[in-house]
Design a binder for this molecule. Structure first.
Ligand SMILES: Nc1ncnc2c1ncn2[C@@H]1O[C@H](COP(=O)(O)OP(=O)(O)OP(=O)(O)O)[C@@H](O)[C@H]1O
Length: 274
């Protein structure tokens, strides 16, 4: 929409940048892992990142969450360069699964609560509200009955749900998952994907997920990658495919129009200019 002051008002409420990767290269010591990788993730997109073993998928995710620095190029999170980004509660990250020692001395509740300890909040008291958040996250994952169990004594699929609950405790708007279903049986994999698809469609979340499960990727994100960079392939289900995004943008435009009319300023459509 073009306003009478000549400015264009954005109606792309669903299309704000969540992740921006521009010309990123990375080397471990002198071993180059990727060169000049660029891609973008918009609000409510679901991106599947696919590539052969060693292609650099985990490395890319670790750069996005600020654990590694690109050798060249820039990464932005919600429009802010990652090295200046502070709002880590907006991001849930589930790293690649490592097998846990069965005697690992923490209960499911403690693991989920540990998701509240952000990078700069190494110590804080856990209050009643935090316990409610943990209980809600566990319920969303369908594992409330495991709350007092030791994490190391759960099955792989159950542990993965616990780590997802841990990532969800801050109610993030972006969820980054690194091969979330590795080592999980086919039935549990299916229910896991069902769960994250539900989160994508009904909870306005943006997803970036590394997976080797091509059946799931193709079924949900399309037959072919939308883009690729070296050995990395990006399959995408865009937010603008979703009905709620269409409605979101319409509501946003109407709100802008109403504000303009109420403020008495002249509003013209782009087509009215000539
Ligand atoms: N800490 C490290 N030091 C040196 N080289 C590393 C390190 N971590 C990973 N690499 C190497 O970098 C390359 C990319 O690794 P990365 O784990 O990002 O790949 P990936 O695509 O996630 O692989 P996979 O599908 O096997 O998980 C690999 O060749 C790996 O051996």
């Amino acid at each position: 929409m073009l306003l009478s002051n000549g400015k264009i008002e954005s109606t792309q409420g669903c299309h704000r940048e969540v992740i921006g990767v521009d010309g990123v290269s990375f080397s471990y010591q002198h071993k180059s892992v990727m060169t000049n990788v660029s891609f973008g993730v918009k609000e409510r997109d679901f991106i599947g990142l696919i590539g052969t073993n060693g292609a650099g998928k985990t490395t890319l995710l670790r750069m996005i969450v600020g654990l590694l620095r690109p050798t060249e190029g820039q990464i932005r999170l919600f429009g802010v360069p990652v090295e200046k980004f502070k709002d880590w509660d907006r991001i849930g990250y589930v790293p690649q699964k490592k097998s846990l020692n069965p005697q690992f001395p923490a209960t499911v509740r403690e693991v989920v609560l540990s998701g509240l300890y952000g990078r700069k909040r190494l110590f804080r008291l856990v209050g009643k509200a935090d316990h409610i958040k943990a209980a809600d996250a566990l319920e969303a994952m369908g594992i409330s009955d495991l709350t007092e169990k030791r994490i190391g004594q759960l099955s792989g699929g159950q542990q993965q749900r616990v780590f997802l609950a841990r990532a969800l405790i801050n109610n993030p708007s972006l969820l980054i998952l690194d091969e979330p279903t590795v080592g999980i049986d086919a039935e549990t994999q299916q229910s896991f994907f069902h769960m994250i698809k539900h989160m994508h469609q009904h909870h306005n979340m943006t997803f970036l997920m590394v997976s080797h499960d091509m059946d799931m990727i193709r079924a949900y994100l399309g037959q072919e990658p939308a883009s690729n960079s070296g050995k990395l392939n990006f399959y995408i289900r865009h937010s603008h495919d979703t009905q709620d995004c269409v409605e979101h943008n319409l509501a946003h435009s109407l709100r802008g129009l109403r504000e303009q009319l109420e403020s008495g300023r002249e509003v013209v459509g782009v087509g009215d200019r000539n």
